[in-house]
Design a protein. Structure first.
Length: 322
């Protein structure tokens, strides 16, 4: 029995893959691949293992419950191949990955192999997509993105996975239509798992919608007047949805920031290209014409959104999310 661990990276259609796999558990199982439930992804494993490695022993019982559930599911499924997916594992500490490996081998009788698969974007596209995702969720301000646009050390991430799972058990693929099977991430992923030709339902539309430049300015203003820490958990998705609906030019990093991405990612790109025989190169994006949204207008829009979100009733909140 073998297990494949899909670790992202973020912004490589991970949410689309996870929703597709979760919605296709029956079809996958018919083809010998078991995707454990009941959630769409397996982020919980990273969260709990982080806490345990940090010395929070009280979470050991929660981990044991997760192990018991996984063991029972695997036994009932009877599939020779298990798939788990969480982009949160891409930058996990080595100690967390070691604990995950040991837990999986103890939990799944007959498990003989763990393989890791990861998709990689060219750095400017990744920094642009990741930056706007963090911005509209309220995690960062625009000046944070512009100062430090490259937020991941791929070299360190892969060195940890190599040390724990073995370099020969780690695969990286170029996330670009020209390098994917049939230009499609789902088809490519299945082919990589040896399931070429298996057909799954179409992906759900509208997952992690892009942000406009105007939306980015409003998101930045929102983070000033209502930081993420002061947003009720139930309201965070609503704020994000408002930002996604603001029309305008696509969000693009300024030229000087794109050059900063190239410099900050150079060592990582050289490493992954060498390790995996890839040819990923930075792809500069032409900035959109100067937007006309005045900072005061962005702040006014942010205050209006804040007032709506903080005062609307539950029914209205649900309608916004539809």
């Amino acid at each position: 029995m073998k297990l494949t661990l899909h670790i992202g990276t973020p912004k490589t259609a991970t949410t689309t893959l996870q929703h597709t796999f979760a919605a296709s558990r029956g079809v996958l199982l018919e083809n010998g691949l078991f995707y454990p439930g009941p959630l769409t992804a397996h982020h919980e494993w990273r969260d709990v293992l982080d806490l345990i490695v940090a010395g929070k022993a009280k979470y050991q019982s929660k981990l044991q419950g997760m192990q018991d559930r996984l063991s029972a599911e695997v036994a009932a499924a009877g599939a020779p191949h298990i798939l788990m997916s969480s982009e949160s594992f891409v930058d996990a500490d080595r100690a967390v990955l070691e604990r995950l490996r040991d837990v999986l081998y103890r939990t799944i009788p007959g498990l003989s192999e763990i393989r890791v698969i990861c998709y990689l974007r060219e750095p400017i596209g990744f920094a642009t997509s990741n930056g706007q995702q963090l911005l509209k969720a309220g995690h960062v301000r625009l000046h944070d993105i512009y100062r430090q646009p490259w937020t991941i050390s791929l070299r360190a991430c892969f060195e940890n996975h190599f040390a724990v799972f073995g370099q020969g058990n780690v695969t990286a693929r170029h996330f670009h239509p020209d390098h994917l099977t049939d230009g499609d991430i789902i088809a490519d992923f299945l082919a990589t798992l040896g399931l070429a030709g298996v057909s799954l339902p179409a992906a759900l539309p509208g997952l992690n919608t892009s942000t406009s430049m105007e939306g980015a300015l409003v998101a930045d203003a929102l983070s000033e007047i209502r930081p993420r820490a002061k947003r009720a958990r139930k309201h965070r998705r609503i704020y994000k949805r408002f930002i996604e609906q603001i029309p305008g030019q696509p969000f693009v990093l300024p030229v000087e920031v794109q050059e900063r991405v190239i410099e900050q990612s150079r060592d990582d790109l050289d490493a992954v290209n060498t390790w995996f025989g890839l040819d990923i190169r930075p792809g500069r994006i032409r900035p959109a014409p100067t937007q006309n949204l005045h900072p005061q207008t962005a702040m006014w829009m942010a205050r209006m959104i804040e007032r709506i979100v903080e005062t609307c009733d539950t029914a209205t909140q649900k309608s916004i999310l539809l």
